[in-house]
Design a protein around this ligand. Structure first.
Ligand SMILES: NC(=O)c1ccc[n+]([C@@H]2O[C@H](COP(=O)([O-])OP(=O)(O)OC[C@H]3O[C@@H](n4cnc5c(N)ncnc54)[C@H](OP(=O)(O)O)[C@@H]3O)[C@@H](O)[C@H]2O)c1
Length: 320
């Protein structure tokens, strides 16, 4: 069940809990009590891999909640966090300067209540700081023992990975990826496989769309951050609903939910080490965690393939 992260000694479950929704910034109706229960439910469901960031919460709420819910289980879990993007006046600012990376790492260690972070990502390249400088700061943190392995996220092009890796070894890459947004298969994923870098993907459920629970006539709460993405609008909305209906048929035939079918497909893709499943309620992560125990047959994979081809790829836009 456990999969090795890159060439590191870290071993993780293929379903990881994405801890952005519990920060309560773009997800609505998130409560502290439910967030703590969701983290415990993830652990109880067999998940050992938790993905957070300095950015997740205006005051680091996500990291603090992980500490509160799972601090006593620290030795049994793998914590991934990220540096290089922070909030200023409720807007995201990319800042990959070495001094910022060092101070964000110290703050995350305190919030998480731990002496080390297992996997520490550069959240995104900072266009104002040479990538080599950010990489060197992360290499220093690795040598100091404050972090055990380094990852990179939102790199988008192979040349960025190569530039970074010349200064600091990469254990994991974190791009977005799901059934309909698969452009990493062209170059990033092959590069990672060749270099023995793990690929850990975000948005496997396409921000909840592929969980199959958004009705065609869903009325958006104005506070729900998802409606700004083109996939949740107009023609894209209709076509994706048609696709989800097809997935519903396939899932029913093999007696699982759509979210489980989608999660199992993602973690069975060659080269995908783990998928980050966001959740804000225990039942959500319990549902997706169960996909770790679901093996899709070739016939099911072929049916999914036909549905994906019929739907066509969607225009991608990464988180940052
Ligand atoms: N590196 C980066 O830049 C980056 C960017 C984005 C995300 N991430 C990471 O990836 C993780 C996943 O991304 P995400 O949380 O944005 O999106 P996601 O996992 O694609 O979707 C999460 C949302 O799907 C819905 N959901 C989850 N399980 C469900 C279930 N069983 N049934 C019905 N709905 C369900 C919930 O939304 P509702 O309940 O609100 O409908 C939940 O908030 C994040 O938490 C974060 O750790 C990283």
């Amino acid at each position: 069940m456990l999969r090795q992260l890159g060439r590191s000694p870290l071993n993780v479950t293929p379903v990881a809990m994405g801890c952005w929704p519990i920060a309560g910034i773009t997800s609505i109706n998130v409560t502290e009590a439910e967030s703590l229960s969701t983290l415990s439910a993830a652990y109880d469901a067999g998940i050992n891999f938790f993905d957070t960031a300095y950015l997740y919460g205006y005051e680091g709420e996500s990291e603090r909640l992980i500490n509160r819910a799972l601090g006593a289980k620290r030795d049994d879990i793998v914590i991934a966090s990220k540096c290089g993007i922070h909030w200023k006046d409720h807007k995201q600012v990319k800042d990959g300067r070495p001094e910022t990376i060092r101070s964000e790492c110290e703050a995350s260690l305190k919030r998480l209540g731990t002496d080390f972070i297992d996997l520490y990502y550069l959240h995104a390249p900072d266009p104002s700081t040479p990538l080599e400088e950010s990489a060197a700061a992360l290499q220093d943190l690795l040598e100091s023992g404050k972090v055990r392995a380094i990852g990179v996220s939102n790199f988008h092009t192979v040349d960025k990975y190569e530039t970074f890796a010349r200064v600091c070894p990469i254990t994991a890459a974190q791009p977005h990826y799901n059934m309909l947004q698969r452009e990493i298969e062209l170059d990033q994923l092959p590069w990672c496989r060749e270099q023995e870098v793990s690929t850990v993907v975000y948005w496997p459920l396409m921000k909840g769309f592929l969980a199959g629970k958004l009705a065609r006539d869903h009325q958006w709460d104005p506070r729900d951050g998802r409606q700004k993405y083109p996939i949740f609008q107009g023609d894209q909305w209709v076509k994706t609903h048609d696709f989800v209906d097809k997935l519903r048929e396939i899932a029913a035939d093999i007696h699982c939910s759509i979210a489980q079918l989608v999660t199992a497909w993602t973690i069975q893709r060659p080269g995908i080490t783990a998928a980050l499943l966001g959740a804000k309620r225990p039942e959500q992560i319990q549902e997706t965690a169960a996909a770790m125990f679901l093996s899709l047959s070739q016939e099911t994979l072929d049916r999914i393939d036909v549905a994906i081809k019929k739907r066509g790829e969607v225009i991608s836009r990464a988180a940052v």
